[in-house]
Design a binder for this molecule. Structure first.
Ligand code: ZN
Length: 95
């Protein structure tokens, strides 16, 4: 289990007590998962860097648009906007 899954289980967190929760693939090889509980407004982030493959967990204050710096190579990893991702998936014929 990941840190975010552990946090959800430990706090019996329900979707209604969540400010934001997303799980996305980035550029095919990377991924980012963000969970922001309403209780403290701190973003819990699990990511895999699409550039260097570094996988890590981090916490930082939540703001939009959200991005986190890879601890491995310093690349800024952002949460892809849904609309952009949708367009890409349309092109690939997945949607
Ligand atoms: Zn990296």
């Amino acid at each position: 289990m990941g840190k975010i899954d552990d946090y959800i289980a430990a706090n019996s967190l329900k979707p209604s007590s969540t400010l934001y929760h997303t799980n996305r693939n980035i550029e095919g090889t990377g991924k980012i998962r963000v969970l922001v509980p309403k209780s403290d407004g701190i973003a819990r982030v699990e990511y895999k860097c699409p550039k260097c493959g570094h996988e890590s967990y981090a916490e930082q204050g939540w703001k939009r648009p959200f991005s986190i710096k890879c601890a491995g190579c310093g690349t800024k990893i952002g949460v892809p906007k849904l609309k952009q991702q949708f367009k890409r998936d349309m092109k690939k014929g997945k949607a």
